[in-house]
Design a protein around this ligand. Structure first.
Ligand SMILES: Nc1ncnc2c1ncn2[C@@H]1O[C@H](COP(=O)(O)OP(=O)(O)OP(=O)(O)O)[C@@H](O)[C@H]1O
Ligand SMILES: O=C(O)[C@H](O)COP(=O)(O)O
Length: 403
């Protein structure tokens, strides 16, 4: 994989460099609640701009349905990038239309532009190779060189991640190089006990990692939205909690294998439940109770791990030499359901070993809940991406950067 240093050594003055970043930041009412993913790409953008490149930054944000949707505009991320860089950043109101063409054509050497959300165009995520390729052709017309630095999205075989680099000279940015360097340590010789904590909401995306982790980790702690498919697999009712019903047999098999292989698969013993999903903007106090994990009422959903589970998970993390954590333990964005995530973060800070936190929301959680990011060994910008890396899968966005 060629790195950006080689590109810089060859000289980039006056060249249009397309930087595929992951600016998929959490937003509340159009305000960025955690800018970690924007800060993470700064070294690459700065280095290119300082070397006189015309830097065209592109990303997705959220999961819009292939058409413009103001709720998913990248405009706030572009402004924040400008503030962090301390210079004006141009913003194109489309991706491959007139605004993008004019914005890129108007860029002076050393200046930066951000394109509107790539996923406003159906070609970005299309399953059909020709449709994706056609979109990649249009993106390629905007640039001379490609730099991949959106680590959080390298597990997606999308046009800007996978098809575009095949059309331009391509290089890995600093963020990708750093992330891969750190995660490699977790696939080589890990120090034991190796404990993995999994939570979050993208359950169907992330369950498969357990297959590989069963041969690698000593303990797997399951929380967040992921826990309810496991509780269901144990025969418990989970009310209206997040559930991946079709995966229940797969999870039953994971539970059997964990027992057979002597891997501790640890599930919540109690959960915080409520009749309603909380309002994450108003954050008004909600009605909620703590129940045993096998007593979730039919009309309620689990939104956090309970106090006994918090203690249990903290004890399972205390002697860990290596920890990988992806996915908040609850709906941490609301104070009534943040305690589980805080407890796990606190336990990681207290653990003496090497700790990696991965994922947009997981990283945002530790920062917004007031933890010092330097207290963790590494905070990865990728959740699904880091899990798939640990699974040993070929990640399209990394494969595409190979020579
Ligand atoms: N019990 C639960 N029910 C519903 N949502 C939950 C629950 N627990 C956690 N969540 C939600 O999970 C979301 C984060 O999950 P997600 O899988 O996206 O993690 P991530 O760290 O952002 O990883 P990635 O980078 O792959 O997106 C948070 O917004 C949180 O509110
Ligand atoms: O948040 C993430 O994990 C990345 O930005 C990828 O987003 P996606 O899961 O919507 O593809």
């Amino acid at each position: 994989m060629k790195t950006i240093d080689e590109l810089l050594a060859d000289g980039v003055r006056g060249k249009r460099v397309f930087v595929r970043a992951d600016l998929n930041v959490p937003l509340a009412d159009g305000t960025i609640t955690d800018d970690g993913r924007i800060r993470a790409v700064l070294p690459t953008v700065r280095a290119l701009a300082d070397a006189g490149a015309k830097v065209v930054v592109a990303s997705h944000l959220g999961r819009p349905k292939g058409a413009p949707d103001p709720a998913f505009s990248l405009a706030p991320a572009a402004s924040r990038l400008g503030e962090l860089l301390g210079s004006d950043v141009a913003f194109a109101t489309d991706t491959v239309g007139q605004s993008a063409a004019d914005t890129v054509a108007g860029l002076a050497d050393g200046r930066v532009a951000v394109l509107e959300n790539l996923r406003f165009n159906p070609g970005e995520t299309a399953k059909d190779d020709t449709e994706r390729g056609a979109f990649a052709d249009r993106l390629a017309a905007l640039a001379d060189v490609y730099v991949g630095d959106g680590f959080g999205a390298v597990h997606r075989g999308h046009a800007s991640v996978y098809d575009l680099p095949a059309r331009l000279p391509h290089y890995a940015g600093y963020l990708i190089a750093t992330e891969v360097g750190v995660l490699k340590k977790l696939t080589d010789d890990v120090k034991r006990p190796y404990v993995v904590a999994l939570g979050g909401a993208k359950v169907s995306d992330k369950l498969a990692v357990i297959d590989q982790l069963l041969g690698k980790a000593d303990r797997i702690l399951v929380g967040g939205g992921m826990a309810y498919t496991f509780l269901k697999a144990k025969g418990y009712e989970v009310g209206i909690s997040l559930l991946q019903e079709d995966q229940v047999p797969v999870v039953q098999e994971y539970i059997r294998r964990a027992e057979a292989q002597g891997v501790e698969l640890v599930l919540p013993v109690d959960v915080v439940v409520s009749r309603e999903f909380p309002d994450l903007k108003a954050k008004a106090p909600t009605e909620h109770t703590v129940v045993d994990a096998d007593k979730i009422p039919a009309d309620q959903e689990g939104l956090d791990i309970g106090p006994r589970t918090r203690e249990l998970y903290a004890s399972k993390l205390a002697d860990a030499e290596t920890v990988f954590w992806n996915g908040p333990m609850g709906v941490f964005e609301h104070p009534d359901y943040a305690e589980g995530t805080k407890a796990v973060a606190r336990a990681l800070v207290g653990a003496g070993g090497f700790t990696v936190v991965g994922g947009g929301d997981s990283a945002a959680a530790v920062r917004t809940l007031g933890f010092d990011e330097n207290a963790f060994g590494h905070i990865s910008t990728g959740g699904g991406a880091s899990l798939e890396y640990l699974e040993g899968k070929t990640l399209p966005g990394l494969a595409a950067l190979e020579d």
